[in-house]
Ligand binder design. Sequence first.
Ligand code: FES
Length: 87
Amino acid sequence: MKSVEVCLGSACHLRGADKIVQIFMQKMEEYQLNAKLYLKGSFCLGHCSDAVIVQIGNETLKNVTPENANVVFENKILPYLRGENNE
Ligand code: FES
């Protein structure tokens, strides 16, 4: 199963990491991806000034917000699950 990590460290938490997790979970439900994608929380990923950090395979996404989380899911996570970008 593929996994995506959302940083839940303090800087990311302050910028809405919990909300981003909720949005990603809603999208997983909508696209019926619960058996295909493992959404993980992580400790600080070392890019606090660019919070919120989301790790998708080899790609580290910076400045993810609750406002752009839907777009990130559609444009980054869905292609990753389809094998269209880095593992
Ligand atoms: S708290 Fe998220 S990168 Fe440091």
